[in-house]
Design a protein. Sequence first.
Length: 764
Amino acid sequence: MTEPALQPVEPPYLRALNPPQREAVLTTEGPLLVLAGAGTGKTAALTARLAHIIYTRLAWPSEILAVTFTNKAAREMRERVGRALGGMAEGMPFLGTFHAVAARMLRANAELVGLKANFTILDTDDQLRLLKQVITAAGLDEKRWPSRQLAGLIDRWKNRGWTPAEVTPDEGEQFANGKGQALYAAYQDRLRALNACDFGDLLLHMLVILKTHRDVLEGYQKRFKYILVDEYQDTNTGQYLWLRLLAQARKNLCVVGDDDQSIYSWRGAEVANILRFEQDFPGAKIVRLEQNYRSTPHILAAASGVIANNGGRLGKTLWTEQREDDGSEGAKVKVIGVWDGPEEARRVGEEIESLQREGLTFDEIAILVRAQYQTADFEERFIRIGLPYRVIGNRRFWERAHNRDALAYLRIIHQPSDGLAFERIVNTPKRGLGDKSVGAIFRLSRADDIPLGVAAERIIDTDEISSKARGSLAKLVAEIRRWRDMSSEIPHAELVRIVLDESGYTDMLQAQKTVEASGRLEDLSQIPRLMEEYETLGEFLEHVSLVMDSDSVGEEGAVTIMTIHAAKGLEFDTVFLAGWEEGVFPSQRSLDEGGTSALEEERRLAYVAITRARRRAIILHAANRRIYGQWTSSIPSRFVGELPEEHVDAETTMTGGASLWRAQWSEMGDPFAHVERGTGRGPGWQRAAALGKFETVPGRVLEARASAVSFGSKPRSDIALGQRVFHEKFGYGRVEEIEGNKLEIEFEKAGRKRVLDSFVTVGD
């Protein structure tokens, strides 16, 4: 009698996989795109594939290149493979982030780009210090042409895989009237002299080596039998070119990603990389992971309904077997309309308290916002009602340095003996007071046992500091005295606007012309509104002091507040999505600058936001919101109108609910129909205003378009119609229309765009 044939034992890493995941693991040869929707178990599939290649002896661990975007993802992948295979998973030198893997490769080939193997990797501070030296050596004013601005440009060029010689004339025009390319070259020369790299160089240098040294390229192509890439939709052009070179010989490249979750174009990500994968690798196989293990059917249907409006996508349909305990599809996506931002915060607080009474812990709840400034209302409300919270990705509102600077100005006005406040603002913004001058003030304060402010008043009548420093200090002392006199005559909410303007703080941020500076201006614009609730400046300052001292998180945890960008990859039981209004989300700035492609990325951001929720997604929009210090009236976001009605429970003060919004959007047409040309306003806006459909209380018709004015500033008097101006991103252009602080400019290369006047300089 013959023995029955032994059945092969299935490896444990395959047992929990669904059929598409299994297909992604077992398709080992040739190019493979794993199109993995939100919550579909892409990490499980990717790590199982890596384990399978090692387990079946298709390659040794050292013959596999596996790249991720974060150290956390790389660490998790290594740990999972280790649990699946034990000792077999040891020795994976090329599993890590793009930068970590590129650095390892570069140290082995450093001499080919004029470096030594022990090169230093500069941090951001050292990079800015070196760029400042380059700018100064070129005879440029660093205040007019900030090193941070040049650093951003160079980083963008390196993300595109451009050496200084490859920077186009148009791109070079974006800094110092055409000197950008030469400054980039000078910066690279200084880095080589220091035997140093910045982070962008790690990949750029390797890209140059692979292009120009065939033997090195062939060596790595022979070594890497399999290449695996996580979050492929987030790759930039340089990373894409690097991967394509390494994969050309064997073509055993597996990329995992989701074109619907590509939301990082502002840091160089190119969604086109994943969209053209089949063109780059003819015959590539596509496996779609569509079974979602996270969210309820209503949530998935709502997210799918929104993202279906995007044109540039490969397409997939998420589905789930998950049901509530009663077998239902769970709660529909709730849409709530409120009157303004503070009411939005009150309503979210009430909803959270209700969920807590039902047994949900705070840790299972998140509030996702489009912009950081939106956290202020929630923080104020939660502190008032004693609801614990944490802000992820940034400090809490009153802990942010720029907000504390504003408070320091108010503190020294209210309390002349507040030495800590005076120390903070004495040279912020820069007033030409060096360390010696400030040190002299401190010595006088200690010697005479008097407050720093009083010491400053006395020292300006002496020769203890230079005449230039005395002049700057005397001006500051006079301004503080004048602001103190004003504080008893004008509302304190108005006082902070005046102080930030007259002190030069607003101008300092506007001159930086960066996304970070713009966010800080948005933050500062919230302070006057927060102050309005307090009768006196003293009451407000006392409130903030108590707020900053309140940082306890109990056993019940804390509600998470974060931007949608920061939430990618996370999930929560219940998610509140705040500020879904036109101009806020989608972001007006993004639409003005990026047109149709920006709108599609904003829609992908909406898709990411909704799919963070497991059981409940609550969307809120306000009829009025304060932006840049100005109250503006709003209409619900177009994304609200794109939600499938059968999956939405609309609770709103807006007349008619979700059905009417859709009808109104249809009747208006797209208010941003011409946004791809940068005008930011199409005929739909005029029709919206004429229709007068957006009502919140009887008899009050809201404006269909919000006009945001830059905080604390008046329209510039040095800009006129027809004038030639320069913009950091778009280059030279001519002013065609002026509307308050907003300009419509016909740019020579970029076409018509709508920008804030603070972001342009008068051209030659």
